[in-house]
Design a protein around this ligand. Structure first.
Ligand code: NAD
Length: 253
């Protein structure tokens, strides 16, 4: 792995306009399970339950979702070495923005200044009818006070976390911005993604097509390892922490 981390550090040090493209794997070291890894959520629950149709049509499902959220809301997850390393790479003039599939808000919490959330955010709730948005904490307080299936106070529509469920469209402006950044970057650093969810996984493909270097840091094989110039197999926090140290050493010469 040492050789691959050297290659990663050299690619990072040579870049002045990189993007980070991250998935659930960057947050497992913060205690948030991913979907498809060995301890992933899909080993315990059926993805078919998490469709927008089921959310709209199944009041029992909504009540379950809200009750689980009310039980876990304050469990605080802190950014880990992987998120912090990406901020450091921004400060070193290498990474200019983060495109993430994650909904946990940990990149912004770590201090990354531009974060595009392709699949929305768990920190807010949106009305499925009028689009009104509220802080998650406000709606969780209503659930805890006995409102098991909260509706919009403005229009009566269904409230749902401001995340993209299966069958729901991705925010078009965010997708467009992400693909533009992919075309304009000189390096796409992929961290903690199985790269099987589209259109998100199209971001590194777009970057490669436009001439950028692609580096993948992941615990397991990904669908796009063959496309990458550098592949490092390992824990994101550990690998990125070491890579940043090596980048600093290269820059100091
Ligand atoms: P995924 O679950 O499909 O893949 C995660 C990948 O990360 C796996 O290949 C796994 O081997 C790897 N991984 C796990 N821990 C790692 C670590 N410590 N270091 C390096 N690699 C590690 O996730 P995905 O590709 O992001 O796509 C699935 C969807 O999951 C996304 O749409 C996202 O919205 C959603 N999701 C997000 C969160 C979150 O916000 N933290 C959590 C679960 C799922």
């Amino acid at each position: 792995m040492a050789l691959e981390i050297d290659q990663l550090a050299e690619a990072l040090a040579a870049s002045h306009a990189a993007i980070a493209f991250t998935g659930a794997g960057i947050s497992t070291e913060s205690g948030i399970p991913d979907f498809r890894g060995p301890n992933g959520v899909w080993k315990k629950v059926d993805p078919a339950e998490f469709t927008i149709d089921n959310y709209i049509n199944n009041a029992d499902h909504r009540a379950r979702v809200w009750s689980q959220r009310a039980a876990s809301h304050e469990a605080s997850h802190e950014p880990n070495d992987g998120h912090h390393a990406i901020v450091e790479l921004e400060h070193l003039g290498i990474i200019s923005s983060v495109v993430t599939q994650n909904i946990d808000g940990l990149h912004a919490a770590a201090g990354s200044s531009i974060v595009l959330e392709l699949h929305g955010t768990m920190r807010e709730v949106a009305c499925l009818s009028c689009g009104d948005r509220l802080p998650m904490g406000d709606v969780v307080a209503r659930v805890r006070a006995g409102d098991t299936d909260p509706h919009c106070a403005r229009c009566g529509g269904l409230l749902k976390s401001a995340t993209v469920s299966f069958g729901q469209a991705l925010p078009a402006d965010v997708i467009e911005d992400a693909f533009r950044r992919a075309r304009e970057c000189d390096l796409c650093l992929v961290v903690g993604s199985s790269l099987v969810v589209y259109p998100a996984a199209g971001v590194p493909i777009e970057a490669k097509r436009a001439g950028a270097t692609v580096a993948i840091v992941n615990a397991e094989e990904t669908d796009l390892d063959d496309l990458a110039d550098v592949v490092v197999r390992g824990q994101a926090g550990e690998v990125l922490r070491e890579a940043v140290q090596k980048v600093r050493a290269i820059q100091a010469v």
